[in-house]
Design a protein around this ligand. Structure first.
Ligand SMILES: *[C@@H]1O[C@H](CO)[C@@H](O)[C@H](O)[C@H]1NC(C)=O
Ligand SMILES: *[C@@H]1O[C@H](CO)[C@@H](O)[C@H](O)[C@H]1NC(C)=O
Ligand SMILES: *[C@@H]1O[C@H](CO)[C@@H](O)[C@H](O)[C@H]1NC(C)=O
Ligand SMILES: *[C@@H]1O[C@H](CO)[C@@H](O)[C@H](O)[C@H]1NC(C)=O
Ligand SMILES: *[C@@H]1O[C@H](CO)[C@@H](O)[C@H](O)[C@H]1NC(C)=O
Length: 403
């Protein structure tokens, strides 16, 4: 009996090993469309047309294929890589693709309507943002110069983005819209701390987005989730500098969809202006929902506002703070969050007076204050969190002094 049990255990272990091997191994490719077949591909060349032709051939291939971009630095004026394709396509970027310094339009590289694509290769998408940053004042003004987003994923399904770098985007690095089952794994995102509007990855109206084992250092939110983000998983991500990991802002427009199901787990956030936050505008035109959002096992290093719900988010006084938000926030947890806060108010839970937050759980918060302004505190409005475990600072009570 025990021998049978033991051997079936071996079989199961073997099957599991096989399964994890299949999942880990690179996607199956039958045909290679190397960029060199499409023109005089020397370093410094403009490969816009070659890339378009290679993509069209790959997308029309009846067998799984890959477009290979070799090592070297190449210019790409603009790229729109559209499906549907006949078979899975992998785009392997080994070199560096450079955006034009003086672009037009709101996109640089767009992938759209593709099922089962892989973007990989260890290469770099260089947005050459420096020239445009001083023009980007969209965070202050409604009428502003629109600069291109480096990488757009529109209506992409069952796909993977693995081991690529986005450098110095002019606007957002990555924008995800209308996607279903898209995973980012081992992605690097880099721009200076003072570059405006350079959100790392923005997710909107998408289901089943995972961001795993990635490093994001940029000038705005490392990851931001707009309306209609559902089943989003963010794990093993390092964020900073930047503005942290953010849900929202929500409640500015009339046709917004709910945010449902977000897990942020085992992440390190350092030197950012916020840690994990949920933000909604006051005076929202219609009702909305943000629910089932969980933040756990997070290390904060010198983070301003480490834990934040802000339902009075109103930058540059663009709204009327006196009218409460109509976005209902519930089923939120902050658990096992440790490290250091750069501001004295480490936990701020400011909910709507019209719709208090519900089912907010706060457990094992162990933060110390980095500064000299005295004590570490929390501030709460229109919320009664369920509190357990360590509480440094005490949650939703008065002030607390660190040693
Ligand atoms: C999600 O996409 C991955 C990558 O293509 C695929 O392996 C997996 O089967 C997909 N999951 C579902 C539920 O379709
Ligand atoms: C984080 O990465 C480690 C090491 O690669 C891995 O074992 C673990 O499963 C990952 N954790 C999550 C929550 O994805
Ligand atoms: C947490 O993330 C770090 C950084 O990616 C990784 O090295 C570590 O293995 C992860 N730990 C767990 C328990 O997933
Ligand atoms: C935080 O920023 C300070 C000052 O810019 C820098 O010296 C320090 O190395 C940074 N710390 C981390 C963990 O990135
Ligand atoms: C902490 O952050 C503040 C403000 O962001 C920065 O000025 C300071 O240099 C940082 N300190 C350390 C020790 O990283």
């Amino acid at each position: 009996m025990s021998v049978i049990k033991y051997s079936s255990l071996l079989v199961i272990t073997f099957l599991m090993a096989l399964l994890s091997f299949t999942v880990e191994s690179r996607s199956h490719v039958d045909v290679i469309f190397h960029l060199r077949k499409y023109g005089n591909i020397v370093s410094g060349a403009d490969v816009t047309e070659a890339l378009k032709d290679a993509w069209n051939d790959a997308c029309a291939s009846l067998r799984p294929s890959a477009v290979v971009i070799p090592k070297g630095t190449f210019k790409v004026r603009e790229g729109e890589f559209k499906g549907p394709c006949k078979s899975p396509v992998e785009v392997r970027v080994r070199g560096t693709l450079q955006a034009p310094k003086h672009p037009h339009g709101d996109s640089w590289i767009t992938f759209a309507y593709v099922d089962r694509m892989t973007l990989s290769g260890g290469g770099v998408f260089d947005g050459q943002g420096k020239a445009g940053w001083e023009k980007n004042d969209c965070h202050k003004h409604i009428s502003c110069a629109r600069l291109p987003i480096s990488l757009r994923f529109n209506f992409i399904t069952n796909s993977i983005v693995r081991r690529i770098t986005s450098l110095d985007s002019k606007n957002f690095h990555v924008n995800i819209l209308g996607c279903n089952n898209l995973t980012f794994d081992g992605v690097n995102i880099i721009a200076p701390e003072d570059s405006p509007n350079t959100d790392g990855i923005h997710i909107g109206r998408s289901i089943g987005i995972s961001i795993l084992k990635s490093r994001i250092a940029t000038g705005d939110d490392c990851i931001s989730l707009g309306d209609g983000s559902k089943r989003v998983k963010i794990t093993n991500v390092t964020c900073g500098p930047g503005h942290g990991i953010s849900i929202g802002s929500l409640g500015k427009y009339t046709n917004e969809e709910p945010v449902e199901g977000v897990i942020v787990k085992n992440c390190t956030i350092m030197n950012t202006t916020n840690g994990v936050r949920i933000k909604t505008w006051p005076a929202s035109p219609v009702a909305g929902i943000a629910t089932n959002m969980h933040f756990l096992d997070i290390t904060m290093v010198n983070v301003s506002n480490p834990i934040l719900i802000d339902q009075e988010y109103c930058p540059w006084n663009q709204c009327n703070r006196k009218i409460p938000s109509k976005i209902k926030i519930n089923k939120v947890s902050f658990k096992n969050i440790r490290g250091s806060s750069a501001t004295p108010v480490a936990v701020k839970l400011i909910c709507s007076s019209n719709l208090p937050c519900e089912e907010v759980k706060v457990a094992n918060i162990d933060l110390v204050y980095n500064g000299i302004k005295g004590s570490l505190t929390s501030e709460c409005m229109n919320v009664k969190p369920i509190i357990s475990g360590t509480q440094n600072p005490p949650i939703c009570s008065s002030s607390y002094t660190t040693k």
